[in-house]
Design a protein around this ligand. Structure first.
Ligand code: PMP
Length: 404
């Protein structure tokens, strides 16, 4: 991969922050956008904008075709069996709420159980907890080890005939751990239980094949894979999309409306009420085109080298504790420095042009389990460089004594 060439396609990367060249290590929160994504969003707003699906005129048809082409691209990217299995949502959180609300309404009864892991992002935790409360079901959490890896014995102990759904993350946003989701899916399926996988931190880092995984629901956000904000995907097997009731009601999701009843539209539109974020979809499609120039495996290999390099550099510093110890990790390093508040470190790093995230990373149950309130998190994308990590380590070396 020609890094210089890749970086030149992301205009934000060549700017300064606080008078210093930007070093953007907050990619788990959101990734930057290449010119192709920025340009296509601009082009469709300035040349082609018209509402989709209902038009007879040219602009509407152009937008509709481009928005639907994005659905096809995403289906191919994750190897879905059909593009109708791709539902556009506002993002990962919206996708999970869609499944939680509709699955809850259709299938969750008092005494049922919903099983999640201790390492989930709040958006794959709170919706299930609230659905369980609403239907008098049990919300069950399986444990992780101090390393951040799942305690699979606890998972095998807690899954049972009462479990109605398992919801787990593919990659931990807080620690970077790549989780053994295939083992979870196989075990759940042996008991006839469907599995939802939160792929928000996996889709941009590791190849995902939903058919090979045999996963029932797989969700992710456009903005974490170089696309626009406000657009995301719910992939679900057709059998589930047929079985679940609609999420929201309104235009587009109906085929017939009378004063007394309505009939719902075919897939995927049954789950896409109202005017969709069609320009977001088109931008998302451009992001998929962008990333498809590379092998995702090639990206993963490079990012893994960045990760191990950063972990090594951090370990050389006194008082650093890295959270998330696993052989299987995506490009996230979470750490604390003895006696220093993460927030103070984050603020001083910002003064040097380095953007990291501090806090609980929307994973309070995990932080509580690890006995900490938060960490400093540096998360990488394939446009980051070893030189940036050297600079990061050098700045930490200067900052640490100032905060002690
Ligand atoms: N799950 C994980 C693992 C995440 O990292 C995030 C974003 N931080 C989300 C869910 C929520 O994604 P969004 O905010 O795009 O809905």
């Amino acid at each position: 991969m020609d890094l210089k060439e890749i970086r030149s396609q992301f205009p934000i990367l060549s700017q300064t922050v606080n008078g210093k060249p930007l070093v953007y290590f907050d990619n788990a929160a959101t990734t930057q956008k290449p010119n192709t994504v920025i340009d296509i969003v601009n082009e469709y707003h300035s040349r082609w904008n018209a509402n989709v699906h209902r038009g007879v005129h040219q602009l509407s048809n152009v937008c509709t075709d481009a928005a639907e082409a994005a659905r096809e691209k995403i289906a191919r990217f994750i190897n879905a069996a059909a593009s109708d299995e791709i539902i556009f949502t506002q993002g990962t959180t919206d996708s999970i709420n869609l499944v939680a609300e509709t699955f809850g309404r259709a299938f969750i009864k008092p005494g049922d159980e919903i099983l999640v892991s201790q390492t989930e992002h709040h958006s794959n935790f709170v919706p299930w907890q609230q659905i369980a409360l609403r239907y008098n079901a049990r919300f069950v959490v399986f444990d992780c080890h101090d390393s951040g890896e799942w305690d699979m014995n606890d998972f095998y102990a807690k899954i049972n005939a009462k479990t109605k759904l398992v919801a787990v993350g593919h990659v931990s946003n807080a620690l970077g751990t790549v989780n053994p989701i295939k083992d979870v899916i196989d075990k759940a399926h042996s008991l006839g239980i469907p599995v939802l996988v939160d792929g928000a931190q996996a889709i941009q880092h590791i190849p995902v094949d939903v058919q090979a995984l045999d996963v029932d629901f797989y969700v992710f956000s456009g903005h974490k894979i170089y696309g626009p904000t406000g657009i995301g995907v719910l992939y679900a097997k057709t059998q589930w999309l047929e079985a679940l009731p609609p999420y929201r009601y309104g235009g587009e999701m109906i085929s017939k409306v009378t004063n007394t009843y309505s009939e719902f539209n075919n897939l995927p539109y049954k789950f896409e009420a109202g005017t969709p974020n069609y320009i977001g979809q088109i931008g998302f499609g451009a992001a998929i085109d962008f990333i498809s120039q590379f092998e995702v495996q090639q990206i993963a290999t490079y990012e893994h080298k960045l990760l191990r390099y950063a972990e090594q550099k951090l370990s050389d510093l006194e008082g650093v504790v890295i959270y998330g110890k696993s052989d299987e990790k995506a490009a996230v390093v979470s750490f604390l420095i003895d006696g220093i508040h993460p927030y103070d470190l984050g603020v001083l790093l910002d003064k040097t042009g380095i953007a990291v995230r501090t806090g609980n990373h929307c994973a309070q149950p995990l932080m509580t389990r690890l006995g900490i309130f938060g960490t400093v998190r540096a998360s990488f994308a394939f446009y980051n460089t070893f030189e940036e990590i050297d600079y990061f380590a050098e700045m930490l070396r200067k900052i640490i004594p100032m905060l002690k």
